[in-house]
Design a protein around this ligand. Structure first.
Ligand code: NAD
Ligand code: UDP
Length: 313
C-alpha cells in the first residue's frame, strides 16, 4: 500500500484542528498534531492517541519547531473573542511569530503550507457579501485588532514567502464555523446558545440580535481545507470558505430554543465593541476552484452539535 503523507497540524487539539486530524488519519496520512493547549483540549483527540499514525507534541508555535513533514496546516491561534482578547500580545505573537516559524519550516522542507485565516480580515465590512478582492475595514487599535491584524499580517507573510521564496502557500479565509468539539465556555455564539439552552439559562443575545453571520458546519469546512491543500492548480488563494446562508443572531437563538425544546428565555446584552454588523462569504471562487460547497443545512448541523453538548456537558 502506498504510504500516506506526513502532515503537521498546528492547533490540532482545537475545535477545527481535531476534526482535520481525524479526517487526515481516515485517509491514511500520518499526523503530527502540535498544540500548546491554550484553547485546545486533550479530550478532543483522546480517541486518536491509540492510532500509531497519530502523534501529539505540546509546543508553542511562537518558538521554532523542528519536524520532518510533507504538508503543514497552520491552525494554531485562539479563535474565540474571549480567549484571543485575554492575552492579546500572545495572540498577535501566535499569528505573526507563529507564521514566521511555520513558514521557515515549510521553506526548509519545501512543503506546502496552508494558513487558516479568517473572515475577520474584512473587519466590519462595507461590501456585502464579502469577495476575496475586498480589502476590508479593520480597526487597527481596538480590542479585536490583536486577532484581525495578526491574521492580516500572517497573510502578508504568506504572500511574501510565496513571491520571495516561491513557497507553495494556501491561504483560506474561514467564516464562522461550528460543530462538536467546540469548548462549552469559549464564548462563541453557537456554543453559548446551545449550552445556555441545555442548562435552562437565559440565552444572551448581544445588541438587538439583528447583526448577521453565516455558519458553516465543521465537516464541510474540513473537506474544503483538504481540497485546498491538495488543489492541483497550486492556487495560493486567498479563498473564502464558509456557508453563504446568512442568519441574524436572533434567528440562531430562536432556532436553538426550538431544536433543544428548552424553556430558556432570550435576554439582550450590550453589543461588544467593533462587533461586525453583517457577514456573508462570497464562495464563487471556492466553488470554481475546488468544486466545493457546504452540504450541511443549518438545522442538521445544529442538531449534531446539540447532541454533542448533551453528551459532554
Ligand atoms: P480553537 O481555539 O479551538 O483552536 C486553536 C488551537 O490552537 C487550540 O488547540 C489552541 O490550544 C492552539 N494554540 C493557540 N495558540 C497556540 C500557540 N501559540 N502554539 C500552539 N498552539 C496554539 O479554534 P478553532 O475554531 O479550531 O480555530 C482554528 C483556526 O481557524 C484558528 O487559526 C482560527 O483563527 C481559524 N478560524 C476559525 C473560525 C471558526 O469559526 N472556528 C473562523 C475563522 C478562522
Ligand atoms: N453573540 C451573542 N451572544 C453570545 C455570543 C455572541 O449575541 O452569547 C453575538 C456576537 O456579538 C456576534 C455574533 O454573535 O455578533 C457572533 O459572535 P462570535 O463570537 O461567535 O463570532 P464573531 O463575532 O467572531 O463572528
Amino acid at each position: 500500500m502506498a504510504r500516506g503523507k506526513r502532515v503537521l497540524v498546528t492547533g490540532g487539539a482545537g475545535f477545527i484542528g481535531s476534526h482535520l486530524c481525524r479526517r487526515l488519519l481516515a485517509r491514511g496520512d500520518e499526523v503530527v498534531c502540535v498544540d500548546n493547549f491554550y484553547t485546545g483540549r486533550k479530550s478532543n483527540v483522546l480517541d486518536l492517541l491509540a492510532d500509531p499514525l497519530f502523534e501529539v507534541l505540546r509546543h508553542d508555535i511562537t518558538f521554532p519547531l523542528y519536524a520532518e513533514v510533507d504538508q503543514i496546516y497552520n491552525l494554531a491561534c485562539p479563535a474565540s473573542p474571549i480567549y484571543y482578547q485575554f492575552d492579546p500580545v500572545q495572540t498577535t505573537k501566535t499569528s505573526v511569530h507563529g507564521a514566521i516559524n511555520m513558514l521557515g519550516l515549510a521553506k526548509r522542507l519545501r512543503a506546502p503550507i496552508l494558513q487558516a485565516s479568517t473572515s475577520e480580515v474584512y473587519g466590519d465590512p462595507e461590501v456585502h457579501p464579502q469577495h476575496e478582492s475586498y480589502w476590508g475595514r479593520v480597526n487597527p487599535v481596538g480590542p479585536r485588532s490583536c486577532y484581525d491584524e495578526g491574521k492580516r499580517c500572517a497573510e502578508t507573510l504568506f504572500f511574501d514567502y510565496y513571491r520571495q521564496h516561491r513557497l507553495a502557500i494556501r491561504v483560506v479565509r474561514i467564516f464562522n464555523t461550528y460543530g462538536p468539539n467546540m469548548q462549552p465556555d469559549d464564548g462563541r455564539v453557537v456554543s453559548n446558545f446551545i449550552v445556555q439552552a441545555l442548562r435552562g439559562e437565559d440565552l444572551t443575545v448581544y445588541g438587538d440580535g439583528s447583526q448577521t453571520r453565516s455558519f458553516c458546519y465543521v465537516d464541510d469546512l474540513v473537506e474544503a481545507l483538504v481540497r485546498m491543500m491538495d488543489n492541483d492548480a497550486g492556487d495560493p488563494g486567498p479563498l473564502n470558505l464558509g456557508n453563504p446562508r446568512e442568519s441574524t443572531i436572533l434567528e440562531i437563538a430562536e432556532t436553538v430554543l426550538r431544536l433543544t425544546g428548552s424553556a430558556s428565555r432570550i435576554v439582550f446584552r450590550p453589543l461588544p465593541v467593533d462587533d461586525p454588523r453583517q457577514r456573508q462569504p462570497d464562495i464563487a471562487r471556492a466553488r470554481e476552484l475546488l468544486g466545493w460547497e457546504p452540504r450541511t443545512v443549518l438545522e442538521d448541523g445544529l442538531r449534531k452539535t446539540i447532541d454533542y453538548f448533551r453528551n459532554s456537558l
